[in-house]
Design a protein around this ligand. Structure first.
Ligand code: ZN
Ligand code: ZN
Length: 320
């Protein structure tokens, strides 16, 4: 199983500004402190070894789109945020190499940041493509059609050439989809959202974004610990810090790094992926949140197995 992150930002796509790139270059030059490099390899080595991720890279700004690869003949994709455009381009490259043209989508929910990439998804125009959209919501087709109505977009849904199938799945069941065991679970979020669990070849990945977990809600804790049990990877909505999530951003429908660690500890999960980054956070803010989460996990293990904390970024690939 391979998990590929095509979009990791929450709510709104963001792009790095000129001044931010300049500040990173200035920071790198200062750290190099007059050093010279024999070749490109040596310069890259310096960047990798001596600069932090945020100093040398960006977490990216495309909204939610995650691919679960190496599990089936068809493509498996969670959500259609703006990261879907890049996935579509890569899918054409893989199809040219003989990949199957069936796309299985699994929708967390239908908020704009999770569907906005669909009008720019090239394979939707491929007459040989089959697009199957799995959802816990029964109004998914309506949401995608409405997004392409004339007032908002020049290309109506009916002009798309792929064949479409919309499937509404029910929590509590296990579905066998192209050889993968798939389950879904309802989450606390405006208009509802769903977590998805994929099991294949002894490996489990959970995709759980746009979910509010409230301190002291034991029923929610129990249900999610059960759903996350023993997962190799849990991708969680960690948009806010705990302080933000219980004060001014209570009821905003998102969760914190602290709640995600607690649930993963309770579930004995192996790896937590921080996801759905706040659009106003800089790369340094996200990096700081990652470091704080690692410290929190170490201090609050209380007998649970060590949990690896990974911070997602656009283009991250995780082998499960
Ligand atoms: Zn969202
Ligand atoms: Zn949402």
């Amino acid at each position: 199983m391979l998990v590929r992150f095509w979009g990791t930002r929450g709510s709104l796509p963001v792009a790095q500004r000129a001044a931010t790139t300049e500040a990173k270059i200035v920071g790198a030059l200062l750290k190099a402190s007059g050093r010279s490099f024999d070749d490109e390899m040596a310069a890259r080595q310096f960047v990798r070894d001596e600069l932090s991720f945020a100093e040398a890279h960006t977490y990216g700004g495309a909204t939610t789109c995650v691919e679960i690869d190496d599990v089936a003949e068809s493509f498996f994709i969670c959500d259609m945020g703006s990261g879907l455009r890049e996935f579509g381009i890569d899918a054409f490259r893989r199809i040219a190499g003989g990949h199957n043209r069936t796309y299985n989508f699994f929708m967390s929910h239908l908020h704009w940041d999770h569907i906005m990439g669909f009008p720019f998804f090239g394979p939707a125009f491929d007459p040989g493509a089959k697009i199957i959209i799995h959802s816990g919501h029964s109004d998914t087709e309506q949401a995608l059609r409405r997004q392409q109505e004339e007032i908002s977009f020049p290309v109506p849904f009916d002009w798309l050439r792929a064949s479409f199938e919309f499937k509404t799945l029910t929590p509590g069941n296990t579905y066998q989809i192209d050889g993968v065991d798939v389950e879904l679970m309802p989450q606390d979020h405006s208009h509802g959202s769903y977590a998805w669990k994929f099991r294949n070849d002894g490996k489990t990945t959970v995709f759980s974004t746009d979910a509010e977990h409230r301190l002291g809600d034991d029923k929610d804790k129990e249900a999610f610990e059960k759903f996350f049990t023993g997962a190799d990877v849990v991708i969680c909505d960690t948009m806010y810090s705990l302080a933000e999530s219980i004060t001014m951003k209570a009821d905003w429908g998102h969760s914190s790094n602290v709640m995600a660690v607690n649930l993963c500890h309770g579930a004995n999960a192996k790896k937590l992926v921080l996801f759905h980054h706040e659009p106003t956070s800089s790369d340094l803010d996200i990096e700081r949140m990652h470091e704080e989460t690692i410290r929190y996990e170490q201090l609050n293990r209380r007998g649970a197995n060590p949990l690896e904390i990974v911070c997602s970024y656009d283009s991250l690939e995780l082998t499960v």
